[in-house]
Design a protein around this ligand. Structure first.
Ligand code: GLC
Length: 450
């Protein structure tokens, strides 16, 4: 097929989802990410509901099956099948089930190997949207089934991750934000004492030389991925969490990375609202304590406002210091839906600022003025379809219909021209990362249908 002139469409998007369908779930992309990821599955279900709502429902139900006994929903669920490993693969960096070793943790589920951290809590929104497409009886059975589990998850977030009860959840690892190497995280990590080996790699500039340790750069050019030293640093933080049994109490006694994330908290605030809608549909009452936490959370987004840069920021939980966000998170309070119209319109101005997020192919994951900005490098510049989708929802919510439609149509066009890539150049629209990425395909289907 001559891909140069091809215009991709919904049928092609469906094929990507079929390709990545591993039977009991749809993975982000078969070769690079063969497991199930929490927020990926939410986005996958949101698109899939238009073509196969029953399958979309099962995509989400499998996520709930992996819930920990304490309520946490993990960010990765590992596939059961064990793949044959070549001799060389034993030397590769591995963040699979043996790395997380959840079966050693009593809170972990008995039937699934999972990671020990979570990811943006998009579940309530995804469940509501999927339920809309199910036959009435199935929809209410589905919502009844997931409701107590969702409650437990949101309760876990406020109980375990909001130690000072200020309404802002703290993350223990950049992976929990889903924006793995966002500028704010890399800036924060540069202040944390690094393991000696990582310092050595940086000092001797061994980054490229050590590329053979990685699986991702076998599949995608290394200039489109994070640096090896960055990846190793993230892995070393996860190792420490494992030594602390992924337990908040232990982690907070000897913390490394504890950050109140603007994007995660914005997503949680919106999903508190969707959880409340599910409760209303089922004629149930949200437990009082959770209701109180949700209320505090809504007002607490203002704790992340920073006058000196006139924008919302992430915040270091341990020092209380704001982090120079410089990334797409700055726009995500739009999705939270708790800003005044004036505050929302200030964020819209950032979308139109050529030093910030204005670009031919929306929306860059880092501000163009950021020293980290690089149109190819993962969460440090490229445009991603899931964050576009969240921002479109936010713009619509505040009545910025024209702005929402512009981003929507540009996103659709970009995908139709380049294909279902993982991320895209905000300058040229060229696709980067994996060429068959599930959430790009599914959210394209959703944007076409909405
Ligand atoms: C990367 C992304 C994360 C995503 C995962 C699976 O880690 O940063 O957001 O969930 O891949 O696609």
């Amino acid at each position: 097929m001559d891909n140069k002139h091809k215009k991709y469409d919904v049928e092609d998007a469906k094929m990507v989802l079929q390709e990545n369908d591993l039977g009991s779930y749809i993975c982000p992309t078969k070769d690079m990410y063969p497991h199930q990821w929490l927020w990926d599955s939410c986005f996958i279900a949101i698109g899939l509901r238009h073509t196969d709502p029953e399958k979309a429902k099962h995509e989400l139900l499998r996520i709930f099956k992996s819930q920990w006994k304490n309520g946490m929903i993990p960010h990765m669920i590992f596939e059961d099948r064990s793949q044959p490993r070549s001799f060389i693969s034993h030397f590769k960096i591995d963040t699979g089930k043996n790395f997380w070793n959840s079966r050693k943790i009593s809170e972990a589920p008995d039937n699934f190997a999972t990671s020990g951290i979570t990811q943006p809590p998009m579940l309530a929104h995804a469940c509501l949207l999927v339920a809309e497409k199910l036959p009435k009886k199935d929809a209410s059975a589905f919502l009844r089934k997931i409701y107590p589990k969702l409650l437990q998850y949101h309760e876990w977030l406020y109980r375990e991750r909001d130690p000072d009860s200020n309404g802002q959840i703290a993350l223990f690892h950049p992976w929990e934000s889903g924006l793995d190497n966002a500028p704010a995280w890399m800036e924060e990590l540069s202040k944390i004492k690094k393991p000696f080996t990582i310092k050595l790699i940086e000092l001797l500039q061994l980054d490229n030389l050590l590329g053979f340790l990685r699986r991702d750069t076998e599949l995608v050019s290394s200039d489109q991925r994070m640096k090896t030293s960055e990846a190793l640093h993230l892995i070393s933080i996860a190792h420490k969490l494992k030594r602390q049994s992924y337990t908040s109490e232990k982690i907070l006694k000897n913390p490394k990375f504890v950050v109140e994330s603007l994007s995660f908290n914005s997503i949680l605030i919106a999903n508190n609202r969707y959880l409340t809608s599910i409760a209303k549909k089922l004629k149930k009452d949200i437990p009082d304590e959770l209701k109180r936490s949700m209320k505090v959370a809504e007002a607490s987004i203002e704790l992340l406002w920073d006058d000196s840069c006139s924008q919302y920021c992430d915040r270091n939980y341990l020092t209380g210091k704001k982090l120079q966000t410089q990334g797409i998170s700055a726009l995500l309070p739009l999705y939270a839906g708790v800003l005044t119209k004036k505050q929302a319109s200030d964020l819209v101005k950032m979308l139109d600022s050529s030093t910030k997020f204005k670009s031919k192919f929306p929306i860059p994951s880092a501000m163009k003025s950021s020293s980290y900005y690089n149109e190819k490098r993962y969460w440090q510049g490229p445009s991603w379809i899931n964050t576009n989708w969240l921002i479109i929802q936010g713009l619509d919510h505040y009545g910025f219909t024209e702005e929402a439609n512009t981003i929507k149509h540009k996103t659709i066009k970009m995908v139709e021209k380049a294909g279902f890539y993982e991320y895209f150049s905000p300058k040229t629209g060229e696709g980067y990362g994996s060429p068959s990425f599930s959430w790009t395909a599914s959210l394209y289907i959703d944007l076409i249908n909405s």
